[in-house]
Design a protein around this ligand. Structure first.
Ligand code: GRF
Length: 217
């Protein structure tokens, strides 16, 4: 059978693991996914933004990926927005939801629609500096080691199980743009790696402590 010998490049679109990406801004992490895993291990089947007109939407359109805007102000409340967003993402067939600079909290009802299948990239070594302005928090604290975390999303703020982390020593850093520039390449490598691992079924919570994510392969 030729099936067993098929390379990733030969795979049909329908074979590729369908993912949705949620964004709110520039979309450099979305671009990294489009440039590396899209059309290979995974297929980005939907990009949804909480903000209209952001560069991330343009990046999706240029890649021919369907886009949607789910602005909080267009809905009665957050729950209504989350429901519309979850419906749209489900209709597109996504089996993993990737938060790539998505600046909104997602409630338990949304997360319940994609159990264990929502991941986020955060510009700090969690559990240090969760929430907004993580780099500024780290600079204010005076740390000398910065980093990036990719983690599963739970109902808390950046509190779900860690999938991948990487650190960078910047002992003299005092400027957020300088730190961001150092963290960008880490984000752009770690997020696609985590998506690839998820798509291949390589991420396995340890039954004795589901916060610990073992990586097979
Ligand atoms: C990244 O720094 C990510 O860690 C944080 O939001 C930023 C998004 O950047 N969650 P971009 O829109 O992907 O360029």
């Amino acid at each position: 059978m030729r099936e067993a010998g098929r390379s990733y490049r030969d795979r049909r679109v329908s074979d590729r693991f369908p993912i949705a990406v949620l964004v709110s801004g520039t979309g450099t992490n979305l671009q990294a996914l489009l440039d590396t895993v899209h059309g290979r291990d995974a297929q980005v089947v939907a990009v949804a933004s909480s903000v209209p007109g952001v560069p991330a939407l343009e990046r999706a359109e240029q890649a021919g990926v369907p886009t949607g805007v789910f602005a909080r102000a267009a809905y009665a409340d957050r729950a209504a927005r989350d429901e519309a967003l979850a419906d749209w993402v489900s209709e597109r067939g996504a089996r993993l939801v990737v938060l790539a600079g998505y600046m909104e909290l997602l409630g338990a009802p949304f997360l319940g629609r994609f159990p264990g299948a929502v991941i986020n990239v955060h510009p700090s070594l969690l559990p240090a500096f969760p929430g907004l302005a993580a780099i500024e928090q780290a600079l204010d604290y005076g740390v000398k080691v910065f980093g990036v975390t990719v983690h599963f999303v739970d109902a808390g703020v950046d509190s779900g199980p860690v999938i991948l982390q990487r650190a960078v020593e910047l002992p003299g850093a005092c400027d957020a743009d300088e730190v961001l520039a150092a963290l960008r390449p880490l984000e752009h490598e770690l997020l696609p790696s985590a998506v690839r691992m998820f798509a291949r079924g390589e991420l396995r919570p340890d039954p004795s402590n589901p916060r610990r994510i073992a990586i097979d392969g």
